[in-house]
Design a protein around this ligand. Sequence first.
Ligand SMILES: Cc1cc2nc3c(=O)[nH]c(=O)nc-3n(C[C@H](O)[C@H](O)[C@H](O)COP(=O)(O)OP(=O)(O)OC[C@H]3O[C@@H](n4cnc5c(N)ncnc54)[C@H](O)[C@@H]3O)c2cc1C
Length: 455
Amino acid sequence: MQEDLIEGDEWDVLIAGGGVAGAATAAALAPLGLKILVVEPGPSQARRLAGELIHPPGIDGLRQLGLLAEGTPLGAPVHGFAVFPFSEGADAAMLLPYGAVREHRTPGYAIEHRLLKAHLLAQVQSLPGVTVWLGARVVGMERDPGPAFRAVVRHGRGQTALRARLVVGADGPRSPVRKLIGIPHQTQRYSGMLGVEVADTHLPHGGYGNIFLTPTGVAYAYGIGAGRARVMFEVLKGADPGASIRVQLGAFPVPFRRDVERALAAGKPLAAANFCIIPDGTVKANVALVGDARGCCHPLTASGITAAVKDALILRDALCEAGFDVTLALRRYARLCGRLQLTRRTLAEELREAFLAETPETLLLSQCIFAYWRASPGGRIRSMALLSSLDNSLVSLAWQYTLVALQAFRLLPRWLKSRTLGSWCRGLLKFFHKSLKFQQAALRQRVEERLALGD
Ligand SMILES: Cc1cc2nc3c(=O)[nH]c(=O)nc-3n(C[C@H](O)[C@H](O)[C@H](O)COP(=O)(O)OP(=O)(O)OC[C@H]3O[C@@H](n4cnc5c(N)ncnc54)[C@H](O)[C@@H]3O)c2cc1C
């Protein structure tokens, strides 16, 4: 223990982190009449790229929480994805609109990350029962004594040990809280991301998240409001950034490409790293992890913010259903958000592998996905429900994967014109092996969930 450590007040809930997950959790728990402390170090000096595109279930959740009133002049509406397959040129986008999904009550939105975070934190600061310590951070987690943890918070005046019935780690993908309470994790670094802002005048599909698939990685472009658009380029591990960006620019329609080239020449792009982080657990004693602290995946599905908002809602519901019995509530929370996370991560990994198409098997998968989307409007709707986290069911994912795999039979004559029957058979075997694996995981998860919910 540090010499200057003093005992502080007791709180019902202490939330480490005032990003999307922390703000959403504070807003979800405040109406329960709890005394809540949010500890946030404040914006870091270096601006980094982070999530901006929020799917309809995320916007709906933020509205339910009173954090984003309808008509708030932030960002730009998003109506779905426009996916550009590499082989088919800059004009051939496959549109996956949200509008076709009945349950989407609102469009998605893309909001500049810094604006979003500042807006959410300002909203939370005005909530009754919520106190925000800006410029403070959690630097230690101590046993209380007993199984519960108390948080050691460093702030202007020194360090204070704070007791709370519930401590929430909403402190991002590298979560210090997760480390301090001893939940190990696996990390896989996929790639880096470089991004610039341009005028949205020549954005290929305004009002859509444009996704350009190329062999050097995925490029993204979407409007963020006030006539501006964000463009991001993926740079794979060990790849030359300049060469990767050139290939990805080649997938853009010419007028938009020129705008982006000018923006790249004018200034240094913002950067970020793309990780997959899988912690060994989501809860421990009186601590729950939410948002990226609870795990993150490749941003291809643009679902991190939506998932963070859903975590907050699941945690609130679990606490209400368990009558604020923290142990019971956290067990329910861990099971339910585990399902969300597993489906989201599996989808992101499968799509990433297919879209990079580094082997004949993954190229076949990519072709099957597009064949499925072209042939089936219903398939596009169900895919969008999974991509937007409206549908979190691994069973749905397993079923969709099987329907995609079946397209391989339709593609066989075309495939044999340029490739071998052997590669087609290997691809098909891989699909069915994976499809069985997903169905098995879905079944296991269903049983575990039922046990946890006491059904
Ligand atoms: C390049 C890129 C693009 C992405 N694109 C999208 C997208 O389009 N759509 C989407 O939904 N998601 C996207 N994501 C993911 C999205 O950014 C995250 O899922 C989301 O920001 C997670 O929010 P969070 O609140 O969990 O974590 P963070 O936003 O990381 O917030 C964590 C907070 O904890 C604070 N903190 C850190 N240490 C401590 C401490 N010791 N004590 C207290 N507080 C602490 C930090 O200051 C920070 O404010 C993208 C991610 C990347 C990297």
